[in-house]
Design a protein around this ligand. Structure first.
Ligand code: KG4
Ligand code: ZN
Length: 344
């Protein structure tokens, strides 16, 4: 079955056609990065306007690349949560119109669950459930247990900033470039990760055993970096700041992740989200002989339509359908960790 996947939750206008949840027939990602770069961050108003301008051509291109017409599509899957509301609404409205015009099922998909599914696209074997999920993007840092493609229990998350956001903010402060994650990753290859010893958050005990925090590291790397220099008389290279920041950012994630692996007894980890492209994270996880870590190919780490179509297929064969009245939501309650005694 051929599913059209539409993704407009942030700054990528994306559409793809995927057959039977695995075979990617086309995957078009029109990035808005050049339009947001002057502002060093995503401007929601620009994002939704660009999606409105581009969505028709992006979907048309996805069909053309797959050598298909609208009549060959069996269902439309679309991100409706979480994300920027104005951006989500563009893809969702387009998907509704497509599904209504063709009288085919509409399937509203959770963006973060789709990121977790991304590693199963293309030739990759599907890992057996349950496994641990590491979902790391510009808006989320989630360590979870996955019991099925849409049955996810959040074990830990960030108590302040998301990991990708920290990469972006540090890069913005130093004018390294935008978006910051890929730039810092590249710069770090030429830097000394031991030049600065940035602090780790004190979160490894009790209810925060699987949680992460990035505001302390971000503040240290931006405002107090002199304080954490290892050799005070050495010349400061931007690459050293990038490498030392990246090392600590990844170690923070790994500490919480390894706690979760040890406590749960789960030794398969599936990663997803833009930060899953990080080469240092991949290298560090590859060192662990006792853990199998599955990463999506780089083109499926960032936002894309293929992961939406892929997970959409599993909803489709289970009989899930979304009504044409389905709404978009900026946040998802299910992705908040509940702490004992909290009122969330
Ligand atoms: O999943 P994604 O494309 O969009 C969201 O759903 O947020 O993730 C974007 C995030 C950005 O913060 C970006 O800086 C980060 O992923 N990112 C990276 C790398 N490539 C992208 N972070 C670290 N290393 C990378 N190589
Ligand atoms: Zn994403």
């Amino acid at each position: 079955m051929k599913v059209l996947g539409i993704e407009t939750s942030c700054d990528e206008c994306a559409a793809a056609v995927v057959e039977d949840g695995k075979k990617v027939l086309s995957n078009i990602v029109a990035t808005q990065i050049p339009f947001h770069a002057p502002f060093n961050g995503v401007v929601p108003e620009i994002a939704s306007r660009k999606h409105t301008e581009w969505i028709y051509d992006v979907v048309k291109e996805a069909l053309n690349k797959a050598s298909l017409g609208p009549r060959d599509i069996d269902a439309v899957a679309v991100t409706n949560r979480p994300g920027l509301l104005g951006s989500l609404l563009v893809g969702l409205s387009f998907a509704k119109a497509f599904a209504w015009a063709r009288n085919i099922p509409l399937i509203a998909v959770d963006h973060m669950m789709a990121h977790l599914y991304a590693s199963q696209l293309a030739d990759h074997d599907s890992p057996a459930y349950p496994f641990l999920g590491l979902l790391v993007s510009g808006g989320h840092s989630i360590i979870c247990r996955a019991d099925a493609f849409d049955n996810i229990t959040v074990l830990g998350t960030t108590i302040d900033d998301a990991v990708g956001e920290a990469f972006d903010k540090v890069a913005k402060h130093y004018n390294f470039g935008y978006p910051g994650g890929a730039v810092i990753d590249r710069m770090a290859h030429n830097g000394d990760s031991g030049a600065f010893r940035f602090p780790m958050p004190n979160l490894h005990k009790g209810e925060h055993r699987y949680d992460v925090s990035y505001s302390g590291l971000k503040n240290a790397a931006i405002n107090q970096f002199e304080q954490f220099r290892v050799k005070k008389d050495a010349e400061i290279k931007p690459e050293d700041i990038a490498a030392s920041f990246q090392k600590t950012a990844v170690e923070i994630l790994l500490r919480a992740l390894f706690n979760a692996a040890a406590d749960s007894g789960l030794s398969t980890i599936v990663a997803g989200g833009g930060v899953a492209a990080n080469s240092y994270l991949r290298a560090r996880l590859a060192e662990r002989q006792d853990i199998r870590c599955i990463f999506p190919p780089p083109e499926f780490c960032g936002d894309n339509g293929a992961m939406i179509a892929g997970i959409g297929f599993h909803h489709l064969i289970r009989g899930d359908r979304s009504p044409l009245s389905v709404i978009a939501s900026a946040r998802v309650e299910g992705f908040k960790k509940k702490y004992p005694g909290s009122r969330q």
